[in-house]
Design a protein around this ligand. Sequence first.
Ligand code: AMP
Length: 408
Amino acid sequence: MTRTRRAGSRVLVLNSGSSSVKYQLLDMNGTVHGTARLATGLVERIGERSARLVHTPAHGERREREADLPDHRAALTAAAEELAADGLGLDAPELAAVGHRVVHGGRWFTEPTVVDEGVLAEIERLVPLAPLHNPANIAGIRTAMALNGDVPQVAVFDTAFHTTIPEHAARYALDAKTAEEHRIRKYGFHGTSHAYVARRTAALLGREPSAVNVIVLHLGNGASASAVAGGRCVETSMGLTPLEGLVMGTRSGDIDPAVVFHLSRVAGLAMEDIDVLLNQRSGLMGLCGDNDMREVLRRRAEGDEEARLAFDVYIHRLKKYIGAYCAVLGRVDAVAFTAGVGENAAPVRSAAVAGLEGLGIEVDEPANTARESGPRLISPEYARVAVAVVPTDEELEIATQVFALVGS
Ligand code: AMP
């Protein structure tokens, strides 16, 4: 691992999507939990006629403006200007590093990595595995390099936490040569979140991560489960791409692969259309027309049949994965719910574990429905397995990993 020690305690975290950039500037020597958020921001609709930038400094008014931002370079330059206006410019000596969320790191990026041309070439080589995400991540890194060539750029990979998954769990039962030639295997995603939540859950139990086995359920618009044994990931539900596994907002999750042949041969759909169907028009959206769990819950409460079925399909898949990961782990100490749905939707949490009392997994309804935020236990005291709600914080985890690598 290359170490580049830097003075300064600030880390700028960039999450570059295909048409958006989210950023957070954190001070790792701050007072709140050891870190302080100095500013957060979002640039949306990059490349469209009118992009939107929302910038929120910790000490000051939220600012919002529309601008013509044709590409990532323009978007990041605009964000850097906003930061500079708050005295938080990228040229400040306090900036220790820029941390970049990079979606696909393949098999070899197992840790946060200081970016050089060789690393960029490797991320580029992985573009066929993440055609929407890696190019945006590369654009973000190149722009940040151009804005300040002196500050280290560190890539933190969504796949890294899953590189400990044993070969028998990562391999598909495919012709070995074909799989190797095309690098087809389970990579897993949301790794930064799974790592953070597994560690935070151990802390909630007052134990070392190495002593705890956790099933992490990251349920957002994208959703994935992971089995974490003593701090190391041993199984996860997303695969070669984020399409595999749980039912998501708009993605189907697991499906018989022959559905693709059927849609092609019988329904006459083109490959691109099948891709769009499974990634953007399936999941909750496909089942009931809404991808937002809040809407699904509202409609279900009103007796809407489609919404009820969508909820039931979602829950059934989730429960299957909890059961499967109990078998994978052998001993489970905790089940942790996180992300938009996992943190906020009490009916999802209670339905997902209903009937699992035999496995020692149950929730205490008053604790489950209590209006609380922050990491908390929602299982009854007598339960063998702790059930927890642990808000994820991917930006903090990225900044922490980056600062551990380059901070002084
Ligand atoms: P994320 O991808 O983690 O930002 O999660 C986004 C998703 O969380 C949204 O699509 C909603 O479905 C879901 N969500 C957010 N708040 C709630 C809530 N109060 N109840 C149910 N679902 C929610």
